[in-house]
Design a binder for this molecule. Structure first.
Ligand code: ZN
Length: 326
């Protein structure tokens, strides 16, 4: 770069710089008050780094649990900040250092990770306004401090990080509301969150045969063919809970993708027979229970063919409530 002669560093340089300085004083806000600092040893030290993203996570558990977990030798994970439902804020990794949260090294290197108490699969997680507001206040502060654009290309969910298997903060995270809070700061008034997609979250299996288990890494119950569809009831540590053959079961989310626009049945009677075909004369192969959710393959009169287990089943539609997946 050419070094300008001293005499040329006059108005053309100083006036814009002065304006920039004044405007950054006006727009900068102070760091949200930390309730605690509990530094995790799981991080990579940097003297300085480029920070150009904020990544939103859910803990899949409690605030205190996450802070504790980040300090355990075996965990090998961390995030810069944890926020509780009440809006408490703890720093676990300093901003200048790389936390291990994104499951993708180049994203880890250039981001700040914020963990939120609760679960990606539960809409109730985001009814805690104090948490959302504290989080947005923090994100706004980080954006102003590190010059991160306040848009959805730079403020992203863990789910949007490529080449990793997590889906947090999940389908219920109120992005529109959150981004309004980030952009407008504490002056923002709440906006309805109804603009977010609603309805059951349907997943389809992508492995040729995928194991169905009793829990996360639980006993294998069976395996289901590629293209099977189930409602994801919740997500934990990369596993999806589903209704399968009248019970609850779990699938690894490494081998599923989301599908939209399918019909989902919720069983409204205590015990509903499942048959081999669309008639009470066809043999009974099992039953499903009240509250369980299954994905329709196709209807036939008042009967519905649905993903029951490794083989499809049929039930009578007068004992279910239907809705469209998101
Ligand atoms: Zn995450």
């Amino acid at each position: 770069m050419l070094r300008p002669a001293i005499s040329k560093i006059n108005r053309s340089f100083w006036i814009p710089s002065l304006l920039l300085l004044i405007s950054s004083f006006l727009s900068a806000q102070t760091k949200p008050t930390l309730d605690d600092t509990q530094l995790s040893q799981h991080h990579t030290v940097r003297n300085s780094r480029t920070i150009n993203k904020v990544i939103i996570h859910t803990i899949e558990g409690s605030y205190r649990g996450a802070i504790r977990y980040f300090q355990m030798n075996r965990s090998r994970v961390s995030a810069h900040y944890c926020i509780s439902e009440k809006g408490e804020l703890t720093q676990c990794v300093l901003d200048k250092n790389i936390a291990w949260h994104a499951g993708n090294w180049s994203y880890n290197e250039t981001s700040i990770g914020i963990e939120h108490e609760g679960y990606a699969g539960r809409s109730s997680t985001w009814t805690h306004d104090a948490m959302l507001r504290k989080s947005a206040e923090l994100t706004r502060y980080l954006c102003l401090k590190y010059n991160i654009p306040m848009d959805r290309q730079h403020i992203i969910g863990h789910v949007e990080v490529p080449n990793q298997s997590h889906w947090d903060p999940g389908p219920h995270f109120p992005w529109n509301y959150y981004m309004t809070l980030v952009r407008q700061g504490s002056t923002a008034t709440p906006v309805p969150t109804a603009t977010n997609p609603t309805g059951p979250d349907v997943i389809e299996t992508t492995a040729s045969w995928l194991n169905v288990r009793t829990g996360i890494w639980g006993t294998r119950l069976s395996s289901i063919p590629r293209g099977s569809r189930f409602v994801r009831l919740e997500s934990q540590r990369g596993w999806a809970r589903i209704n399968w053959r009248g019970r609850t079961a779990w699938l690894s989310e490494k081998y599923v993708r989301s599908v939209s626009g399918t019909t989902v049945h919720t069983v409204t009677t205590s015990k509903l027979n499942v048959r081999k075909g669309p008639s009470t004369r066809r043999s009974r192969i099992g039953h499903v229970r009240r509250g369980q959710k299954y994905v329709e393959i196709r209807p036939s009169g008042s009967w519905s063919k649905f993903w029951y287990s490794s083989v499809p089943g049929w039930f009578h539609g007068s004992y279910t409530h239907t809705e469209n997946s998101r």
